[in-house]
Design a protein around this ligand. Structure first.
Ligand code: 5GP
Ligand code: MN
Length: 348
């Protein structure tokens, strides 16, 4: 994995950002804790080099992430498309964090693709998803790493800036770390992950407070929606060790759902004894969105990529079906289970 962060390329990158007049940091559509945490951590890191930067997100993120140090300065493409596109196209360096294809950046995607084709904009991808598209000038990708936050930390070390990590930067990195590793429980966690956490805690950041801000800030409506989804909408297919939960727009509106309210649902379905494959299917205004999770050898990335225009990681992936009804997507999913029967029935 050291070859991903070749000293020569990271040193060149450091020189480029120090010479840059405009640096933009972007992440994927519907930013999660890793996307926004890594972006703000990188912004803090660049500040330590006296490099000012602008974080631009395709759209908003859930309320449980709005405490992150530095987030007041974030700009959102869906609120100001022209302004954000202009900023991106005028940048000397554009960072693409936690995604590996322009299409994953939603409304920002075309500006990212154009920036990548411009000779005077240096586009850098720092990401941990499999099979990156070939669009960046520099690709720092390691799919074996559990979070993009860990790759930002690796960049900090490669730039010789370990001592520059302050408590605010550490909180942003820690947010990415815990949200993408299920609080240190996924197989992607290594001794290196814990060594990073130890370093972050040593900066004086309040890890317990970060956990509370992220996980103990549920609205009552959200708890009721979760109860409804698990109580009324969970379908279990024991013969395929699979579980599916789906929610329509009407149901989401009935419970006054907000961004992020359904984030943990798919993991609850996966936590059922014996379940190896869980999917949460959600109706959106312009598409049906899916979150897929598995344990062991069953690849939800393959399922998402083959059938639902998606991708992600081996055990955690997503997909999107524009122009298809919720019922049709769920029916298609149920229809697929027999084709995966042997993989789902084997212990993996
Ligand atoms: P989540 O279910 O938490 O939204 O996403 C799980 C993983 O799949 C994340 O790593 C995310 O980046 C990826 N992912 C989610 N939705 C999509 C999608 O529509 N396309 C692709 N390629 N990846 C996705
Ligand atoms: Mn991530």
């Amino acid at each position: 994995m050291e070859d991903v962060f070749k000293q020569e390329s990271v040193s060149e990158l450091k020189g480029r950002v120090q010479r840059a007049k405009q640096v933009i940091v972007t992440a994927h559509r519907s930013p999660d804790g890793d996307a926004i945490g890594s972006s703000l951590a990188l912004q803090h890191l660049l500040s330590c080099l006296n490099v000012s930067s602008q974080v631009v997100m395709p759209d908003g993120y859930p309320d449980f992430l709005t405490w992150l140090p530095g987030q007041d300065g974030v700009r959102f493409h869906d609120a100001d498309p022209e302004g954000c596109d202009t900023a991106l196209l005028g940048a000397d360096v554009v960072f693409c964090l936690d995604y590996n294809a322009p299409s994953r950046a939603g409304g920002l995607g075309s500006a990212v693709a154009t920036a990548a084709s411009q000779a005077d904009t240096f586009v850098v991808v720092i990401d941990h998803h499999q099979q990156p598209e070939d669009f960046a000038d520099l690709l720092l990708s390691d799919p074996s790493t559990g979070s993009t936050a860990e790759l930002i930390y690796r960049l900090v070390l490669a730039w010789g800036m370990a001592d520059d990590i302050h408590a605010d930067m550490a909180s942003c990195l820690y947010c990415g770390l815990i949200t993408d590793t299920g609080s240190f429980r996924f197989p992607s966690v290594t001794p290196r992950t814990h060594a990073m956490a130890a370093h972050l805690l040593g900066t004086g950041m309040d890890h317990s407070k970060v956990h509370s801000l992220i996980y103990d800030a549920c609205r009552l409506d959200q708890i009721r929606l979760t109860s409804y989804a698990l109580g009324q909408k969970l379908q279990v297919f024991p013969e395929y060790n699979s579980a599916i939960v789906s929610l329509s727009l009407e149901e989401l509106e009935r419970f006054n759902a907000q961004k992020g309210d359904t984030e943990g649902l798919v993991n609850r379905a996966l936590s059922i004894e014996g379940i190896r494959f869980a999917v949460f299917v959600k109706e959106d205004v312009d598409r049906v969105k899916m979150s897929l999770r598995s344990t062991g050898t069953f690849s939800v990335r393959d399922v998402a990529a083959t059938h639902f225009n998606g991708g992600g990681h081996h055990n955690a992936a997503g997909g999107a079906c524009p122009g298809e009804s919720l019922d049709s997507v769920v029916a298609r999913l149920i229809g697929l289970l027999p084709t995966y029967a042997s993989q789902l029935q084997n212990e993996g």
